[in-house]
Design a protein around this ligand. Structure first.
Ligand SMILES: Nc1ncnc2c1ncn2[C@@H]1O[C@H](COP(=O)(O)OP(=O)(O)OP(=O)(O)O)[C@@H](O)[C@H]1O
Ligand SMILES: [Mg+2]
Length: 227
């Protein structure tokens, strides 16, 4: 099976009030195309830090990230951003919607940045499946936390990226909306082999994955293949 993403001996230190927090202590992982991964582990074990590095949103203290064999941190900022936009969708734990844009404009933003034209049917389907059809014109400040979270998910999926990195995408959702999100992700995974890497605390969400990676104290300590 083809490898999409690889981390090699990733370390990330955060300086903090004269001390150093070792958030990642040597992560090695290989992400294979078309698989659905869940990353689980206690609060503070380094899951978000790892996801940010894999998406090129922060740089490691040492180690490498290879996206389709390209070393992410050897690329220029411009080349890195272009590669990221072409291949990757990212859902942040804290959503990071742009407050001055409506829900719909937030969702369309990745398409504008890549000067692509949207697939209107797909955009309608996303709003519909995420239960946001009536809220397209609202600004983030006029949406609940769970609604903002679903807008962030739609934004990550709008360009149908090959690889989706999602940090607790159901963290702020009730059961029904959580299941709708997970069903959508599973559909993307099955129908066009989108590779998914999901950080979650939610055992319902874990049950959609085919491989579970466990993190402890800045390292991946086990890999369980469920299907
Ligand atoms: N900017 C920062 N400065 C200093 N320490 C940080 C910073 N960001 C994260 N940390 C620390 O790094 C460690 C890993 O944080 P991270 O956010 O990756 O955890 P997490 O596994 O995502 O936790 P959660 O499940 O609560 O989201 C924690 O000890 C955290 O306090
Ligand atoms: Mg986190």
């Amino acid at each position: 099976m083809a490898t999409v993403l690889k981390a090699e001996n990733l370390h990330k230190d955060y300086p903090n009030h004269g001390e150093t927090v070792q958030a990642l202590r040597g992560v090695d992982m290989t992400i294979e195309e078309g698989r659905f991964y869940a990353i689980v582990g206690r609060s503070g074990c380094g899951k978000s830090t790892l996801l940010h590095l894999l998406g090129g949103f922060d740089s490691p203290t040492s180690g490498r990230v290879l996206l389709d064999d390209e070393d992410l941190f050897q690329l220029s900022d411009v080349a890195q951003a272009a590669l990221r936009r072409r291949k990757l969708g990212f859902v942040f734990q804290a959503y990071q919607l742009l407050p001055e844009l409506s829900a719909e404009e937030n969702v369309r933003l990745p398409l504008w940045l890549d000067k692509g034209s949207g697939d209107e049917q797909w955009i309608d389907a996303l709003f519909d499946q995420l239960g946001l059809s009536k809220k397209r014109m609202r600004f983030p400040s006029e949406l609940s936390g769970g609604e903002q979270q679903r807008v962030a998910i739609a934004r990550a999926l709008v360009a149908k990226p090959r690889l989706l990195l999602a940090d607790e995408p159901t963290g702020n959702l009730d059961r029904g909306n959580g299941q709708a999100v997970m069903a959508l992700l599973k559909q993307m995974n099955v129908s066009f082999r989108q590779t998914i890497l999901l950080v979650t605390h939610d055992s319902d969400a874990v049950s959609y994955a085919d491989t579970v990676l466990k993190m402890e104290d800045g390292r991946i300590t086990s890999k369980e293949v469920l299907q």
